[in-house]
Design a protein around this ligand. Structure first.
Ligand SMILES: [Cu+2]
Length: 411
């Protein structure tokens, strides 16, 4: 066994490791980073898992003052597990978006739930494939208490606890019939997958997930070890399993909760993925991101500009700052049709101060300097006479966060 010890841990080093992890060209390369953990965490990721034929295992465990590289006998075994890659689980999504740049403070505004999760425990991101609990004996509800579903019942000594936090996790748009893709990195196969979707009315921005919030929409049969689509990605070096899911009667933001009962052991994975279904208000009422408590009370100053002739098609839009904290804010824009039905809308505004849109849902946005153009998403362009919809965004600001004047154009 070889130990290499470094007495300081420059951030560039961690970045480089993260990058190496993401861009490694070798199929059998696996990097495990345990940041801020104790040496005892060595034993858990290396327990019983996939044996890699040729391999390089870089295991960096960050003890308070030092980094150890381990090679040798340990290299014979590596842990490899899996996650839902589409719609991505909370930590897998954070890892994909920020793994090579996880110390970038811009994440706090652009992706605040990822930011709080990285801050809480970077291990939960690096080990996106290891969110499981063993020896559950089929009693998932006993093993995973209400409020801790997204952390697998605070498994791994609470490593994943930040994934339970409600808030504006990035969500992907899916239709009510969608394909869920599990990546089985370890070729474990499955005794079954259970796929749940939250019931209409659940608000992931404000509520921690409970079993009673969920409806079971799909239960699969067995998958043999290795069954699925081989993936050429160096990290996703197992098989991808596509599962058709139907979740009718839902609009807007929801959570997809997936249980993977692996077939090689009593090893049970619990995963939360954030989605937005067509229709309805894509973003229910809002709480500010948990990691960035508001420093000033949210200003809620609706402004409105009715307009605009296209025949008698018209719309108006109001702009509300629903949350504001140091450097960031969240806004909601409500678009209301005039006296005639409309099939599409465009809202434009010019920010009066130094503001920027970072992440939008329920519309597509283009910007030209301070001038923003927001067009309806595919599912919320059609409005009945007098009907309305909303879109929202996370933005950045400095100095003053004034409310712009909106122009709405209907088609
Ligand atoms: Cu595994």
């Amino acid at each position: 066994m070889v130990y290499a010890r470094l007495d300081s841990v420059p951030s560039e080093f961690l970045k480089a490791l993260g990058k190496a992890f993401r861009t490694s060209g070798s199929r059998s390369t696996l990097v495990h980073l345990s940041l801020g953990g104790t040496m005892s965490s060595l034993s858990s990721p290396l327990s019983v898992h996939k044996r890699l034929s040729t391999n390089l295992l870089i295991l960096a465990v960050l003890c308070p003052l030092s980094v150890f590289f381990l090679a040798g006998p340990l290299a014979e075994k590596a842990s490899a597990h899996g996650t839902v890659i589409s719609p991505p689980t909370r930590n897998y999504g954070c890892w994909v978006r920020w793994g090579s740049d996880f110390q970038n403070p811009a994440m706090a505004q652009q992706d605040p739930m990822c930011w709080q999760a990285w801050q809480a425990d970077p291990n939960a991101m690096w080990n996106w494939n290891g969110l499981y609990q063993e020896n559950v004996n089929g009693n998932h509800q006993a093993a995973v208490p209400d409020g801790t579903l997204c952390s697998g019942g605070n498994t791994a000594d609470g490593r994943y606890a930040a994934l339970d936090e409600p808030g504006p996790w990035r969500a992907v748009e899916v239709s009510n019939n969608f394909t869920l893709t599990v990546h089985d990195q370890a070729l474990h196969g499955a005794d079954y997958f259970l796929i749940y979707v939250t019931k209409q009315g659940f608000n992931p921005l404000t509520q921690r997930l409970r079993w009673s919030d969920l409806e079971l929409v799909r239960q699969t049969g067995r998958y043999l070890p290795g069954e699925g689509r081989p993936d050429s990605d160096p990290i996703l070096n197992g098989v991808s399993i596509d599962i058709n899911v139907s979740a009718p009667g839902r609009t807007g933001r929801h959570v997809v909760f997936t249980i993977w009962k692996a077939s090689h052991a009593d090893q049970n994975y619990y995963w939360c993925s954030d989605v937005i279904f067509p229709g309805g208000s894509s973003e229910p009422t809002q709480t500010p991101p948990t990691s960035q408590p508001p420093t000033s009370t949210p200003t809620s100053t609706p402004t409105s500009t009715p307009s605009n002739p296209a025949g008698d098609r018209a719309c108006s839009a109001t702009y509300t700052i629903t949350g504001q904290w140091n450097g960031g804010f969240q806004a909601e824009v409500r678009v209301t049709a005039g006296n005639a039905p409309i099939s599409g809308w465009t809202v434009t505004w010019t920010f009066p101060n130094d503001q920027r849109v970072d992440q939008v849902w329920g519309a597509s946005i283009t910007s030209n300097g301070a001038t923003i153009t927001a067009r309806n998403a595919s599912y919320n362009g059609s409005l009945a006479a007098g009907g309305s919809t909303t879109f929202g965004f996370l933005g950045s600001w400095s100095g003053t966060n004034g409310v712009p004047t909106l122009t709405c154009t209907a088609s």
